[in-house]
Design a protein around this ligand. Sequence first.
Ligand SMILES: NC(=O)CC[C@H](N)C(=O)O
Length: 380
Amino acid sequence: MAQPAKLALEDGTVYAGSSIGAEGEVDGEVCFNTSMTGYQEILTDPSYRGQIVTMTYPQIGNYGVNEADFESSRPHLAGFVVREHSRIQSNFRSEASLSEFLKKWGVVAIESIDTRALVRRIRSQGAMRGVLSTTDLDDASLVAKAKASPGLVGRDLVQEVMPSESATWDSTVSNWTHLNAECGMGNAESPHVVALDYGMKWNIPRHLVDQGCRVTVMPGTSTAADVIAQNPDGVFLSNGPGDPEPLEYAIGTIRELLGKQPIFGICLGHQLLSLACGAKTFKMKFGHRGANQPVQNLKDGTVEITSQNHGFAVDEDSLPEVLEVTHRSLNDGSIEGVRHRDLAAFSVQYHPEASAGPHDSHYLFQQFLDSMGKGLELSV
Ligand SMILES: NC(=O)CC[C@H](N)C(=O)O
């Protein structure tokens, strides 16, 4: 018989369902993702640290899970919510069921709740703190715990997920989605990218290597002197969890690096680059999480369908003169990309590495490579 589980929100709503993961209790911000596929990449994306992720697609797990599609070494999210866990996995690449994966990695997860009602509540009231439990099934107690959950604002979650050591990156985009089957790991002649890792999705360095770069991954707490000692041709700023504003060490490092090497940032990296240039960030009502988010490239008017996962954004009113908006969300008009007007530094709020999601924005990796070849006085 299915083991009961409950999800409680800080507004007092409680959803009763069944456990499909580990036994236990977790708290976090309850958010939702509208992707139809890509649950495994979502589960292993370190940016979800501190969040209980609800999938809006009604059946999840039908193609199983496999190690090759991990976006980091393990799941980092707080909990997982689905309408229905598929009882059948059918895919030649599958190595385990979603439920086996969740149990193995200790992820508390629930199915058989009305995810449409939950998502409508989050959409109208905004992201809420919640508790997901298989051990405490008392509604009043769960709601009290949800209210006591710390939330994301003002916390540094990067240091919980970033690597402790620097390392040379050593894998390409998987054969499954290979763009450049000829590429190796680069050599002494290849452009050298230092990737500052704040909880980086692995498909990013895979793409940099596919572009012919040599990649050194460094912890997000590295100083500008640490980075410069590696003699990079370009610096990449990764995605990562939580609120960007408390990450003063990262903002300070980026401020020092600006104008020394070309810089490219994705998601948290975009927010940190903007903060380093003098902008502010804010917490969105419920964020953008999904694999079909439309973004307009303001340079040529083209539209990219993008993969996204963010709950904070750069505040347009705070944008300093030196930053130009390059991309905009077609859903709500928010900033999706910026570039420095005088220096080779640019960033996007969305995920050009996809994984999961559409490949429309891969050109940004080429743009980064081009910026490294052009010299600093030329902006991209
Ligand atoms: N994917 C990311 O890098 C997310 C950035 C940040 N944690 C946000 O939620 O906005």
